[in-house]
Design a protein around this ligand. Structure first.
Ligand SMILES: Nc1nc2c(ncn2[C@@H]2O[C@H](COP(=O)(O)OP(=O)(O)OP(=O)(O)O)[C@@H](O)[C@H]2O)c(=O)[nH]1
Length: 374
């Protein structure tokens, strides 16, 4: 476990500054783990060690001190055996199992929030396992609803010098961005010790430079890539691009500065929007529930309760709930006359059970209604 850092500085409002969650994504083998390792070391040297979480269940060795490691909770190989899965299915299922306990991880982070300024999260090798899975959404939404959360997309520059490969990488990045659309994406071009990242920055900023590079390609894919580059313009403009080398350790000061600026933007622009969406979702859900309940009441009201009952006021038509609460007998005197001679007051004991029973009945009916409607 990393030693705790100095307490977070208070914000202007007086509240302590929340740690920034950095979600490290990237294609398989792009350098995510090495990046997290180097960034952890960098932050240790700066006197603010991060809280580190490993979400890759299949990694052999974690080369950094992880505060929380998915492998302590879920045994990936056991999951594969037990469910008869291959390696990728095993990773997805392990992450799903872990996501069901993520509320506990959140409690750990919340406890540590005054002592750490950064929470680093290393994700599984296959990007789609996290980006396009329910567990990835659960984890990201849990983090983003409590802390400023920034996606760091690691792109291996040395493997992206071909414009078509570069575009594939950009599409992955863009799909992560749209999947977690409330998050800022900081972009790290790793492995800049092998090749300078300026070509990639130029391709993002200058459409014609990218077209020139594409002109060398004559395949169908190059035409598709050309069209794609037009679409990605808005995405490029939202990126904060930093070149780093996780091996040499260059670029990390700039990366931290960009993360701070992204976290500020998150608080300023994304959080209010996030809160607004959360509220409108909650109110839509509650309206939906009300409608379901109303429909259920109507359905149940159409059941003939008592063929002999009249609607002239002398004998009111019963609501199904009345029927259950009175067990079909409204005439209290009759009931008293029929009452047992023992000491137990059956009305009190049974009525005390009836309300929970009715509530259970209503909940079950609503659940069945939901199922049917789905
Ligand atoms: N030269 C150089 N090599 C790097 C850099 N970052 C990572 N590597 C190398 O790239 C390879 C893959 O790095 P990892 O950190 O394992 O990549 P990963 O994305 O975590 O891999 P998976 O999680 O298995 O998909 C390793 O051999 C690293 O040493 C870098 O900045 N420079």
């Amino acid at each position: 476990m990393a030693a705790p850092a100095a307490p977070a500085e208070p914000q202007a409002s007086g509240a302590p500054e929340l740690p920034v969650c950095l979600l490290v994504l990237g294609m398989a083998g792009s350098g995510k783990t090495t990046f997290v390792q180097r960034l952890t070391g960098h932050l240790h040297n700066k006197g603010c060690p991060p809280y580190v979480i490993n979400l890759d269940p299949a990694v052999h060795e974690v080369p950094f001190p992880a505060n929380i490691d998915i492998r302590d909770t879920v045994k990936y190989k056991e999951v594969m055996k037990q469910y008869g899965l291959g390696p990728n299915g095993g990773i997805v299922t392990s992450l799903n199992l872990f996501a069901t306990r993520f509320d506990q991880v959140m409690k750990f982070i919340e406890k540590a929030q005054n002592t750490f300024r950064y929470v680093l999260i290393d994700t599984p090798g296959q990007i789609e396992v996290f980006t396009w899975s329910a567990s990835g959404t659960i984890i990201t939404e849990a983090l983003a609803s409590s802390f400023p959360t920034v996606v760091i997309y690691v792109m291996d520059t040395s493997r992206s010098t071909n414009p078509v490969t570069f575009m594939s990488n950009m599409l992955y990045a863009c799909s992560s961005w749209s999947s977690f659309r409330l998050l800022m994406t900081a972009f790290s071009l790793a492995q800049t010790d092998i090749i300078d990242h300026s070509f990639a920055v130029e391709w993002m900023q200058d459409f014609e430079a990218f077209q020139d590079a594409l002109n060398q390609e004559t395949t169908y894919v190059s035409n598709l890539t050309r069209s794609m580059s037009l679409v990605l313009d808005e995405f490029y403009s939202s990126l904060r691009v930093v070149g780093v080398s996780a091996v040499v350790g260059t670029g990390f000061d700039e990366l931290c500065a960009q993360v701070t600026s992204a976290a500020e933007e998150y608080e300023r622009e994304y959080r209010p929007e996030y809160e607004r969406l959360k509220k409108s979702l909650a109110s839509a859900q509650s309206n939906e529930q009300k409608e379901q309940l109303e429909r259920l009441r109507k359905d149940m009201g159409s059941i003939a309760l008592d063929p002999g009952a009249s609607t002239d006021g002398a004998s009111p038509v019963l609501d199904p709930s009345d029927l259950i609460l009175t067990r079909g007998t409204l005439d209290e005197e009759d009931e008293e006359a029929d009452s047992d001679t023992d000491d137990i007051d059956h009305r009190v004991t049974e009525e005390s059970r009836e309300e929970p029973a009715f509530q259970n009945f209503m909940q079950e009916s609503i659940a069945q209604h939901w199922k049917r409607n789905k």
